[in-house]
Design a protein around this ligand. Structure first.
Ligand SMILES: *Cc1c(COP(=O)(O)O)cnc(C)c1O
Length: 354
């Protein structure tokens, strides 16, 4: 760190994304993305000569066409949608807009690391609410907390989900504070709270196209909330980075939202491959949490997770290990294509000597 770094950032520990090594070809199951391309409409949108020809002009800072496409999908109005350069940026804008220095915020002890790392940059007072022993979210404890709440549903890296009724219980317990539900993995079988934002004023639902829409490289996210909250978010965005989404990015997002059939085909395949992967791992003696996502979280009584991870890596398979309390003998493995999972399962069987 240089001597010029603002002192408010002393002690910062930036979020570490899953590694993206380029030294050889890997079966990449460490960042919950996919090797499957987005729908064909995306390539068509990018090939449109008008797109390139218009790049001399700034894109629409209101992101109106994309917001309309999102709103239509969820039966909402464009005024209830805020778009960002990935859901990370949306989450960042939410904390920038609705938290003061020293504001209290809570999230699970085992969860997406971004919440803690960004809270640290903002000088927020965060509380980690422990997951229960079975790694389920402690709904009562979150309901009782009277500061801002943020959690993924389903949670990562556990893959476990709570019902929309439980989300509503948390939101309604303290209507004076915001509850941000990060639904990055909702498209793999869980029910979305999106329609509930109209009735629950303090509820914000965050989505991303990085996972279920095969678009991590385009980095598009949004949140859904009541219109005056969205207006607040836009006011902060316009004071900081009005043109946060490029024209190609928005064109990609709109094209991807149009192909519902491809979306459903991709998510269905992931769910089938996931369930088969879980059964096969269980047959090999693993304990696997019941996942509602595009990843599995697994542990083995006689194969330490560090060794499993390292030996998979030697075999060209990348997975995600967390050296953190309670989960340091577990591995998170993204559900890739059926062929990629065959390689992962074959190598795992070999490592176990089966
Ligand atoms: C992947 C992920 C995100 C980030 O998504 P981007 O839109 O790529 O920024 C947010 N939350 C959770 C829980 C995730 O796993």
């Amino acid at each position: 760190m240089s001597e010029f770094l603002a002192s408010k950032y002393a002690g910062l520990s930036p979020y570490v994304p899953g590694e993206q090594p380029r030294d050889r070809a890997y079966v990449k199951l460490n960042a919950n993305e996919t090797s499957v391309p987005p729908c064909s409409g995306v390539a068509q949108a990018l090939a449109d000569p008008a797109l390139a020809a218009g790049l001399g002009r700034y894109a629409d800072p209101h992101c109106m066409a994309l917001r309309k496409a999102v709103a239509q999908k969820y039966g909402l109005d464009a005024s209830e949608v805020f778009c960002g350069n990935g859901s990370d940026e949306v989450l960042g804008f939410l904390l920038l807009t609705f938290c003061e220095q020293g504001s209290r915020i809570s999230f699970p002890d085992i969860t997406y690391g971004f919440y803690r790392d960004f809270s640290a940059t903002q000088g927020l007072a965060w509380t980690q609410i422990p997951l229960r022993d079975d790694f389920t979210l402690d709904v009562e404890a979150f309901a009782a907390f009277d500061g801002m709440v943020v959690f993924p549903n389903p949670n990562a890296p556990t893959g476990l989900a709570i019902s929309c009724d439980d989300v509503v219980r948390i939101a309604d317990a303290h209507p004076e504070r915001l509850v941000i539900v990060d639904e990055a993995y909702v498209d793999y079988g869980n029910e979305s709270c999106a329609p509930l934002v109209r009735k629950h004023r303090n509820l914000v639902v965050v989505h991303t196209m990085s996972k279920s829409r095969n678009l991590a490289g385009a980095h598009i996210g949004w949140c859904l909330a009541q219109a005056d909250l969205i207006q607040d978010l836009n006011d902060i965005k316009f004071s900081f980075n009005p043109f946060n989404l490029s024209a190609p990015t928005m064109a990609i997002g709109i094209a991807a939202l149009e192909d519902e059939e491809y979306f459903r085909k991709c998510t269905t395949t992931i769910c089938e491959t996931r369930d088969r992967t879980i059964r096969t791992l269980e047959d090999m003696g693993f304990t696997v949490l019941p996942s509602a996502t595009n990843f599995v979280f697994a542990t083995h009584p006689s194969l330490p997770a560090t060794e499993w991870c390292a030996r998979l890596r030697e075999a060209g398979v990348l997975t995600r290990y967390y050296n953190a309390p309670r989960i340091d003998n577990w591995l998170r493995v993204t559900v890739g294509t059926p062929e990629e999972m065959d390689v992962f399962l074959r190598e795992t069987r070999r490592i176990l000597g089966l």
